[in-house]
Design a protein around this ligand. Structure first.
Ligand SMILES: [Zn+2]
Length: 411
């Protein structure tokens, strides 16, 4: 229940912000090397520690880490990448839908695969997917939408579907598309529907104007759809039911946008948000301030630190962390009575170029947060904080307790 003793809440995620000691930075991490007066002040006035997104040593993806931080157990609700691929590209997935990823591929008239990625096609896949979207096979509705390059998402909606089917993609060129097989008796209908979609996709796509144009330019036609990664969309319920407050999502990761939309959060797109180190953090900050005027809670993710981590670019990572710090100052100036948590969703060390399993520093700041004496925000400083070492699933509990919106457990 909301009362006058509650605060607003912001969970601010620098994607992949955690790091390791970097020799080129004199042994500091990018967060330690960056000039972050606002985060340091928040750490000094608040409390800090380390957070394992999923569990110690587990290398989290952004999707599983955000699920955990929103209070879901990814081991229970993460059905594989199919449904999350579909969320991420904005498909209207419903609980119980069977969702797939797919590739557009090139086959000859005998269904021999000539190119598994259709020449990494970049243009026209929206029209090709639209030609498949809405197909009906028996009582099953097929939805399809393009993703990046030759990839896409496909949803099967109807009764009697199952995940236990074999793959269609032979995973090598020169081999025939494989007949999808049921790997358990309940999956026979799904295998049949899958094979029908694949056959009909060839009939529809091979003669499509986009492909006639490609053939005229000596490019491989994207003339078949090869689905994989089947998983049922999980029943996550609504964010507002879980926490008793509404929330908005201002995030730069498509997958996380998809999760937010799926749990009924207000997903807000920001002009100037580029999901890299050049992103317009002032515009994002303004959007957060505006969203906190309408919702008690906002999840904000800035993607740049992860991009710099994957690019092994310490200076880029420092620059985007400093921009996030300035953005936090802008938000604190613009919103009264706010509880903030600042952290990353995982480490993406610039010395490694991918996600690793170390914990990420986290700080809590707000009118009700107990200060712990730590004076700055960073990997070393956080080891001395009173939060000690928590897991992603603890974050919203701590947030909503400080916000004054958490339900009591027991009498
Ligand atoms: Zn990443």
């Amino acid at each position: 229940m909301l009362s006058s003793t509650t605060t607003k809440g912001l969970l601010l995620i620098g994607d992949g912000m955690g790091d390791r000691a970097v020799p080129a930075l004199g042994g500091k991490t990018p967060l330690e090397a960056a000039n972050t007066p606002i985060m340091d002040r928040c750490a000094a006035e608040g409390e800090s520690g380390h957070m394992d997104p999923i569990a110690p040593g587990i290398r989290a993806g952004s999707d599983t880490a955000h699920l955990a931080m929103l209070g879901y157990d990814p081991y229970q609700v993460y059905p594989g990448r199919g449904p999350f691929e579909c969320f991420g590209i904005g498909m209207e997935v419903q609980p119980g839908d069977l969702a797939f990823r797919f590739n557009f591929a090139t086959v000859d008239e005998n269904f021999t695969v000539l190119d598994r990625r259709a020449g990494r096609i970049t243009k026209g896949t929206d029209r090709l997917a639209a030609a498949i979207d809405g197909m009906q096979v028996q009582d099953v509705l097929i939805l399809a939408k393009e993703s990046v390059a030759h990839r896409g998402g496909m949803v099967m909606r109807g009764p009697g579907l199952h995940t236990k089917i074999s793959e269609a993609d032979p995973h090598a060129e020169g081999l025939k598309v494989l007949e999808v097989q049921a790997l358990s008796p309940e999956a026979e209908k799904t295998a049949l529907v899958c094979n029908e979609v694949i056959r009909r996709s060839y009939d529809i796509l091979n003669d499509h104007p986009i492909n006639r144009e490609r053939v005229a330019q000596s490019l491989p036609p994207a003339n078949i759809l090869l689905p994989r990664g089947a998983g049922f969309a999980p029943n996550l319920g609504l964010f507002s039911d879980r926490y008793g407050i509404t929330g908005a999502c201002i995030v730069e990761v498509g997958l996380v946008k998809g999760i937010g939309r799926y749990i009924g959060m207000d997903v807000i797109d920001v002009i100037g948000s580029t999901a890299n180190v050049e992103t317009d953090t002032v515009a994002i900050g303004n959007a957060v301030i505006e969203a906190l005027g309408r919702h008690p809670f906002v999840l904000c993710n800035v993607k740049g630190p992860d991009v710099a981590g994957h690019d092994c670019n310490p200076q880029g990572k420092i620059r985007i962390i400093e921009k996030i710090d300035a953005m936090l100052g802008q938000i604190l100036d613009g919103v009264e009575n706010l509880t903030v948590a600042v952290t990353g969703d995982h480490c993406t060390p610039v010395t490694f170029g991918d996600h690793t399993g170390e914990p990420v520093p986290i700080l809590f700041h707000g009118p009700t947060v107990r200060p712990d004496g730590v004076q700055s925000f960073g990997e070393r400083a956080a080891t001395l904080g009173s939060v000690h070492r928590i897991q992603g699933k603890d974050v919203m509990n701590i947030m909503t307790s400080y916000m004054g919106t958490a339900e009591k457990f027991g009498a």
